[in-house]
Write a protein that binds this ligand. Structure first.
Ligand SMILES: [Zn+2]
Ligand SMILES: [Zn+2]
Length: 290
């Protein structure tokens, strides 16, 4: 029997299917296709929004299969699903057995796709959110206001911490207010505000203070509103500062200590972030913008 060359790959075959060989047909008619890769996901419980409602499933692969069924097409039987989750989405490896044409024997093929998460809050979490005791994490900077880079760094640290804590049931961030002199981060539990304050503390020259304010009673128990304040020092090398009556130049800035050189004696010393936050320290002249 004469063989025909496949016009796409040149392979000689007995018969062509819709003008191509079997391999080319499988390649051009994938068993898995996805039209939409963006998934709305609850940042607290992981539910996904599908067909107008929030859906929770036992495992991440179940969720992913439901999403793929909704936003795409799987032509065949799913033999294996592997999901690797990232903060902003998931990479999925899917082995599917099927055939794109009645004349073709089914094959098991592996497909890789990526989904991107768009985060929101589901109804159930919103409900819980409104009933919890709240806390506030106040982030303030001195002597300079927080710049764009610092704000972004703060937000990405917070997001990363929330991601790490996602199964720990420590509450949520309910709101972030951008202010001229800093950020106000509202959380649903004091524990979370405290955790975030200390996580940020490690990344910036800063110190944390806490204040409790009684806001009422619930079931005979006094309810406190906790405010954690993170004070970030925004000194830069080259800044001239006044400490009491003497002046010093900032040499280097670390997360716990700032090294300064006394202007008159030339001596170097380390000042703690707490010392630098006291009222007796002020910026005399700033280092030029680098
Ligand atoms: Zn071919
Ligand atoms: Zn939720």
């Amino acid at each position: 029997m004469a063989k025909l060359p496949c016009p796409h790959c040149g392979k000689e075959v007995r018969a062509l299917i819709e003008g191509m060989c079997e391999n080319c047909y499988f390649e051009r008619h994938p068993l898995v296709s996805v039209e939409r890769c963006e998934v709305l996901r609850c940042k607290y419980c992981g539910a996904v929004y599908l067909r107008g409602r929030w859906l929770r499933a036992r495992s991440l692969s179940d969720v992913i299969l439901k999403v793929l069924g909704e936003y795409g097409r799987i032509a065949g039987a799913v033999e294996r699903v592997e999901v690797r989750e990232r903060e902003d989405g998931a990479d999925v490896e899917l082995a599917v057995r099927g055939s794109p044409h009645p004349a073709l024997q089914p094959r098991e093929l592996t497909y890789r796709l990526s989904l991107r998460y768009v985060y929101d809050i589901c109804n159930a979490c919103r409900e819980v959110l409104s009933k919890r005791e709240a806390a506030l994490l106040q982030i303030r900077a001195t002597p300079r206001a927080l710049g764009e880079v610092e704000r972004k760094k703060i937000m990405s640290i917070i997001e990363h911490e929330l991601f790490k804590l996602r199964d720990k049931n420590v509450g949520f961030v309910s709101e972030v207010k951008e202010l001229r002199n800093g950020l106000d981060v509202y959380t649903t539990s004091p524990k979370l505000a405290q955790h975030l304050a200390h996580a940020l503390r490690k990344h910036f020259p800063s110190s944390v203070t806490v204040a409790a304010k009684a806001v009422g009673f619930r079931g005979g128990r006094r309810i406190y509103h906790m405010t954690y304040s993170l004070h970030i020092l925004t000194y830069r090398p080259g800044d001239v500062i006044r400490i009491g009556r003497r002046e010093a130049v900032v040499v280097s800035v670390g997360n716990r200590f700032i090294e300064v050189r006394d202007v008159s004696s030339g001596k170097h010393e380390l000042l703690s972030t707490t010392e630098l936050l006291s009222d007796s320290v002020m910026l005399v002249s700033g280092a030029p913008e680098s």
